[in-house]
Structures are given as C-alpha cells and as structure tokens.
Design a protein around this ligand. Structure first.
Ligand code: UDP
Ligand code: MG
Length: 337
C-alpha cells in the first residue's frame, strides 16, 4: 500500500518564509533587515528560504553573506534562471514550517503585514492571501490587466480573490506539499488547492513601490497567465473522471446526430423522397462521428488520469484532520500524525 507524501512529512517549526530572488542585489540587505525586524516582533521560531533563481548580479555573494551571519536563513542557488514559479516550488519542497509564507524580495510587500496574515491564518484558514491596496504600478499596463485577470480567474475557478497576483500569501504545510507547480502556475495555488477542500481568506495589505531595481515582467506575462488559466480550469473541472465530461458531451452530440439520422430514414421510407443531397444528412453523420470521437477522447483522458494517480500515488482525497483514540500497545495506523 502506498502512503500519500503529505502523510509522511510533518512540519518541524512554526513558520517558513519563502522568497524568490532574481537580480535583486540592491534589495537583499534591506530585505534581511526589515524581515528580521518583522519576524522578531511576531516572536515565533522561523526559517527563511531564499531561492536565488540564477541571478547574474551580486545576489549570490550577498545572500551567502546574509546566511553566514544569520543561520535562520537557508539559501538555494539555482543553476540558471528557472522562473518565479520554479523558485517558489523549490522553496515549498524545502520548507519545514507549519505555516509557509511567500513574499517578494523587492519589498513591494511590507514584511510587517505578515503578522496580520498569520493572525487571519490562526482563525482556521488553509490559505490567506494578501490583497494589495492603493497599487503603485501603472494603470494600463498592470492594474487593468490584473483586474481583468482576477475577475476571470475568480469566475472560472470559483475561488473568489481580488488579487491572485499578490505574492504575500500564507499556506498550510500540507497545501504547499500537495500542489504540483509548473509554468506560471504559482498564482493559481489557491485555485489548484481548492480541490483539496481548502479554506481561503483574503486580507488587505499595503503595496509599496519597488525598493530598488525594476520589475522582471512585462505585458507579455498576461498571455502566459491566460494560457495557464485554461490548464487550471481543465485540471479543476475534469480532474477525477474526464470520461464523465467528454462522455456527456459525446452522448449529447452523437444523440442529436442519431435523431436527425432517424428522422431522415423515416422521412425517406414514408415519402420515398431522396435524402442523399440533404445537408441535414451530412450534419447527422458529422454529429454522430463527433460523438464517437468525444467519447473515445474521454476514455483516453480517463486512462491518462489513471496513470497519473497510480504512477505518482496521488490521493483522490485530502484529509484535514484525524481523530482516534490510540489503545496502548497498538501500532499507530496513522504515521506522521
Ligand atoms: N523573480 C524570480 N525569478 C524570475 C522573475 C522574478 O525569482 O524569473 C522574483 C523577483 O526577484 C521578485 C519576485 O520574483 O522577488 C517578483 O518579481 P517582480 O517584482 O519582478 O514582479 P512584479 O512585482 O513586477 O509582479
Ligand atoms: Mg515586484
């Protein structure tokens, strides 16, 4: 029997802070200072995991210097630039905190807001997301595309957030260990995690201007986000049994085709008119073929899902909590709890 990964690992300390870093040499010192002050004020034991995503400036040396002074900081240096999502994924893999907070290195988020996020988290949520107020970025290039994207994502995933793009978020340990990230998918974690049955809350946070340097993204990101959204919607709606979705569409389309075909047959038999030149005949044939194809696509997709679940031991359920009275001398049935 296989055990799902999230049942084996258990958090080892209260808080992890994960920071993706790409060419941020001018921000690292202030980041360390502001973050240390904010986290000390919170008063929990913590670790910071900084991922150097293939920076070409002096971020490498500067991060190592911070790590030499402050053993709570762990640094992961990528071989090259793999992107913000990959950096966050590496941070999630390494994180040992009960709560995992993500924040940008450019200090656009205020580290002092972490406390508020954690307070909300303590009310019993699995994800708490920052919602940037009074955004400083350009209206047409950033804020309007971002507003439209947030509406679109909220509508199509059913998880309503005003600000999917805000990196300042807090996640439960099991959530970060349970989501698979690639592409630009990190902004969709709340949506992806929704299939685990997570409780999501949003907290207004400050938005500041970038402390130093310039943004790593341009308008082009909007298209990647939209393409990723299509994948997310697909994953969310067809996840467990794609055959049901494709099969239903196949029966509908094929059924209409069959009805049209039956009508034409009866028409020909009763009236002895020719039906060979009727466009309706072509439509009937087309719909019936389409129906068969949809159903077979569903079967193929279903087999893919089966491979996915079985080869990677993916659970088809997610557990929030277990309660059971352990009797003396009995082996724990629930490892990791
Ligand atoms: N970042 C990264 N890899 C990349 C691009 C960005 O690790 O390929 C980091 C970057 O250093 C910053 C965060 O991701 O800490 C957000 O990037 P940025 O501030 O450029 O994005 P914006 O705030 O403009 O959306
Ligand atoms: Mg930024």
């Amino acid at each position: 029997m296989s055990v799902a990964p999230q049942q084996i690992e258990a958090p080892e300390l209260p808080l992890s802070v994960v920071i993706p870093i790409f060419n941020e040499e001018g921000n690292i010192e202030s980041l360390h200072k502001e973050l240390t002050a904010a986290l000390t004020a919170i008063g929990r034991d913590y670790e910071v995991i900084a991922i150097n995503d293939g920076s070409q400036d002096r971020s490498h040396e500067m991060l190592n210097a911070v790590q030499a002074r402050d053993e709570r900081w762990h640094i992961i240096h990528f071989r090259r630039n793999f992107g913000q999502t990959a950096a966050l994924a590496a941070g999630f893999d390494a994180a040992r905190g009960e709560v995992v907070v993500t924040i940008d290195a450019d200090l656009q988020n205020d580290p002092r807001d972490i406390e508020m996020i954690l307070d909300k988290f303590a009310e019993g949520y699995d994800i708490v997301s920052g919602w940037r107020q009074n955004r400083k970025e350009s209206l047409f290039l950033r804020r309007i595309p971002s507003m439209l994207a947030n509406r679109l994502i909220s509508r199509s995933t059913g998880i309503k957030l005003h600000d999917y793009g805000c990196t300042l978020k807090a996640y439960d340990f099991d959530v970060v260990k349970g989501v698979q990230l690639y592409g630009e998918l990190h902004r969709f974690i709340p949506a992806l995690a929704s299939q685990m049955g997570v409780r999501v809350a949003e907290v207004p946070v400050k938005d500041r201007s970038r402390h130093w340097g310039s943004s790593k993204y341009g308008f082009g990101r909007t298209f990647k986000v939209i393409l990723d959204l299509i994948v997310v919607v697909f994953v969310l709606s067809y996840f467990n049994r794609p055959l049901y979705v494709f099969g239903a569409a196949g029966f509908l389309v094929g059924g209409i085709g069959a009805l049209l075909g039956a009508y034409l047959t009866v028409f020909k038999l009763l009236t002895e008119n020719k039906i060979g030149d009727r466009p309706l005949l072509q439509l009937a044939a087309l719909l019936m073929v389409l129906g068969v194809q949809l159903i077979s696509t569903g079967i193929v997709a279903d087999m893919l899902m089966r491979t996915y679940h079985e080869s990677q031991h993916k659970p088809i359920y997610f557990i929030r909590e277990r309660k059971r009275t352990e009797k003396a001398g009995e082996d724990s049935l629930f490892p990791g709890n």
